[in-house]
Design a protein around this ligand. Structure first.
Ligand SMILES: [Zn+2]
Length: 333
């Protein structure tokens, strides 16, 4: 008898928190999104985040086939998250320290919860939705937004390290006497290539030179400039914006070349609100990285822009559940 895998036999729930907003998805067994929604978190208290998540999950449950939903949820949260204890050690953006997010979610939702950093689970989303079909089992996903982080997939598994903090690419030094980082170090990658850092450097130059398309894009108020404006101006060949993006790419190339030499991935994916927004950065990396990475590991790697957009974190969170599908559906036996 010929049997065919039915990817819609069961579904997984995943949610990622970003900028006081939960993005919630339901994916099938292939990681394809069958339902998505967003819900705003009113303030930065962890209890509000969990109460909002509960509301969002209840609304989602009402609009999908609950019988096929696996009895668990995956969460992609900001900050340094201990995967084993389910505790967020620190999430500076939202001012959270030692928050037992997994326990809080399990108490509120009454279901088994898996937790990991939202950027690192982005790597799982790339693995399930894009890379696995091409036979790729070693990849690194780099998320660039207000911060910079990476998720490392080694032989089909998320590499988490000794205490779940592997992949903190944003805090690797690329400029020894560079700008001070909130982590206390100088010249961390994220102080140079994150969205706010790109916008700051553009502002600084605009003040000196003026006359850029950026002045128009910012409506005459440079303080309104965003990294996305800088990319938009660069794609229209604005010299100042191009200079800022080229400088960004040159520092990112150092970090990417180091990753290629250290981990020998088959794929590097740029994602996040800044990294995934434009192909320009990827195009520049394709030119700059070969000048720094060793030729042999370089020959095995492709550098691409993520095609998953803002869904990557939530899909990756649902993959935390999908990875446990056989246990959730059939038990330990
Ligand atoms: Zn740092």
């Amino acid at each position: 008898m010929l049997l065919e895998f039915d990817s819609n036999a069961a579904f997984a729930l995943g949610a990622r928190m970003h900028d006081f907003d939960w993005g919630i998805v339901v994916t099938n067994l292939d990681g394809e999104v069958v339902h998505r929604s967003e819900i705003r978190i009113p303030d930065n208290a962890p209890t509000s985040a969990i109460a909002t998540l509960k509301k969002g999950v209840e609304a989602t449950m009402a609009s999908v086939n609950r019988d096929r939903l696996m009895p668990a949820i995956g969460l992609g949260t900001p900050g340094l998250v201990d995967i084993h204890s389910g505790i967020i050690k620190s999430a500076v953006d939202v001012g959270w320290f030692d928050v037992p997010i997994r326990q809080m979610a399990e108490d509120a939702l009454g279901t088994q919860t898996f937790v990991a950093n939202r950027s690192k689970v982005g790597a799982l989303a790339e693995l399930w939705c894009v890379a696995a079909a091409a036979g790729i089992r070693d990849l690194i996903y780099i998320s660039i937004g207000t911060g910079v982080a990476s998720g490392i997939i080694h032989e089909g598994q998320l590499y988490i390290g000794a205490n779940s903090s592997a992949g903190e690419l944003g805090h690797t030094t690329v400029l020894p006497d560079g700008p001070l980082c909130p982590c206390g170090n100088h010249g961390c990658l994220q102080q140079i290539v994150s969205g706010p850092a790109i916008a700051n450097r553009a502002r600084e130059r605009l003040r000196v030179t003026g006359g850029s398309l950026l002045t128009t894009l910012a409506g005459g108020h440079p303080e309104r400039l965003t990294a996305q404006d800088v990319f938009r101006a660069a794609s229209q060949n604005d010299p100042l914006a191009l200079e800022v993006i080229e400088e960004t790419a040159s520092f990112l190339a150092i970090a990417v070349a180091n990753l290629i030499n250290l981990f020998n991935p088959a794929l590097i994916v740029l994602g996040g609100p800044v990294g995934g927004a434009d192909h320009l950065l990827t195009d520049m990396l394709q030119e700059l990285v070969p000048r720094r990475a060793m030729a042999f590991p370089l020959s095995a790697v492709q550098i691409r822009t993520s095609s998953l957009g803002s869904d990557a974190g939530a899909i990756g969170a649902s993959v935390l559940v999908l990875q446990e599908a056989s246990k959730l559906l059939f038990g330990d036996a």
